[in-house]
Design a protein around this ligand. Structure first.
Ligand SMILES: *Cc1c(COP(=O)(O)O)cnc(C)c1O
Length: 393
């Protein structure tokens, strides 16, 4: 293919970091189809379809289910600024970097925030959550389901019921869990849930799917003060996505095309099959990484399938190692965040990318990078361990 001077020609990459992960080719094709106006009847139909597909992916009947026009963090901000007012009490659980971000955003609403902290790599114990809710009686409890900074998956099945006993709204960061690991918004009684387009859904970054329960909508309607952010005010956004299609902001048309296609692919595969695919590839990648002598930052039994955070062996330079992976193999992985900066690598196997060929390629490339950094390894050990995990089923 000939390239004009200055024409964009990014090198081929395999995006195996914490996001973005590669977009499905069908998603990229959908994005190149012609624009429609944001109030065109055909586009309104596409919006309705996208909302229905989003409900299926979230496993919810929530009518207020929309993609916010910005990245996952805007989803976090949307949930918190719509539910919290100055003086409200909030409890935010932090098991890593993204929990801390939630604390920061909650504080900026003027809420009184109680931080419930677990050590990085660990999860929050349900009894501690119960005791804190009883002691604080907050309006909102915020938790991160899949903490991408440590690779830990917080068990969420029981929390919603617990929150409702103290009349608390449960806000959940499902940015890295949607379409990767079991996520049951209705069954687990979540009140406000947010995610992103670029991790499990195999789309580019740019949208933040958000879903609000009837309880959360009632809290929004019962506010005494206007939502501090005009752009993220869900009662305004809903009048575009919901009933009267009133102009609020210009929807990012091509991104909605992308999301719709990404969600159609999820629907075709089936959520259960998709979760099972992530688990299968987790087992193999985990076996391979352990065979390379790498240790997980997340505690045993709570490691998520879609993101593997491992400690760097001594003597391996974080930046140099990742540079080599990128320049020689075209593979991107992530470095550590916060407490784990310079100490861990984060490997994503999310959505479209969660495939055996990527697991095997990454293990071979990692072996090469690690052994060049002086780590003593049995040649082929990582790939062999992954192959036997696949063979074992
Ligand atoms: C990626 C991520 C976010 C932030 O999403 P952006 O799209 O980068 O704004 C929030 N929470 C978690 C758990 C994440 O992994």
């Amino acid at each position: 293919m000939s390239v004009l001077p200055g024409q964009l020609a990014p090198s081929p990459r395999l995006l195996l970091g914490p996001g973005p992960s590669d977009a499905h080719p069908r998603v990229l094709t959908a994005m190149t189809t012609p624009l429609l106006g944001h109030l065109d009847p055909q586009f309104l139909q596409i919006m309705t379809e996208t909302q229905e597909l989003l409900r299926q992916a979230f496993r919810t009947q929530n009518r207020l289910t929309i993609p916010v026009s910005a990245t996952g963090t805007a989803g976090m901000e949307t949930c918190l600024v719509n539910l919290l007012e100055p003086g409200d009490r909030a409890v935010i659980g932090t098991i890593g970097y993204f929990g801390k971000r939630m604390v920061e955003i909650a504080r900026r609403t003027g809420a009184e925030v109680t931080v419930l902290e677990a050590e990085w790599g660990n999860i929050l114990d349900i009894n501690r959550i119960r005791e804190t809710l009883k002691a604080v009686r907050p309006k909102v409890l915020g938790l991160v389901h899949a903490e991408t900074s440590t690779g830990a998956l917080q068990p969420m099945e029981e929390v919603g019921k617990l929150a409702h006993e103290t009349d608390t709204l449960l806000v959940v960061d499902a940015v890295t869990s949607l379409a990767c690991t079991p996520l049951e918004v209705d069954q687990w009684a979540f009140d406000a849930t947010f995610s992103c387009s670029q991790k499990g859904l195999g789309c580019p970054p740019g949208l933040a799917p958000v879903t609000f329960s009837e309880r959360a909508i009632a809290a929004l309607k019962g506010r005494k003060t206007p939502v501090q952010s005009w752009y993220l005010d869900l009662s305004l956004i809903e009048s575009y996505w919901g009933g009267d299609r009133a102009y609020h902001h210009t929807a990012p048309i091509s991104m909605i095309y992308a999301l719709r296609e990404g969600l159609r692919i999820v629907q075709e595969e089936g959520l259960e099959n998709r979760w099972a695919r992530h688990l299968r590839n987790q087992k193999a990648l985990r076996a391979g990484l352990l065979a390379l002598g790498l240790q997980y930052t997340a505690v045993e039994g709570h490691q998520m399938p879609q993101l593997h955070a491992v400690r760097l062996p001594s003597g391996v330079d974080d930046v140099a190692g990742r540079k080599l992976l990128l320049s020689e193999f075209g593979i991107e992985i992530g470095g550590g965040l916060g407490d784990l900066k310079g100490k861990a690598w984060r490997i994503g196997m999310m959505g479209y990318n969660s495939e055996p060929k990527n697991v095997l390629l990454l293990l071979a490339a990692l072996e090469s990078v690690l052994s060049r950094a002086g780590v003593k390894l049995t040649p082929g050990a990582g790939v062999a361990a992954a192959e036997s995990a696949y063979a074992a089923g």
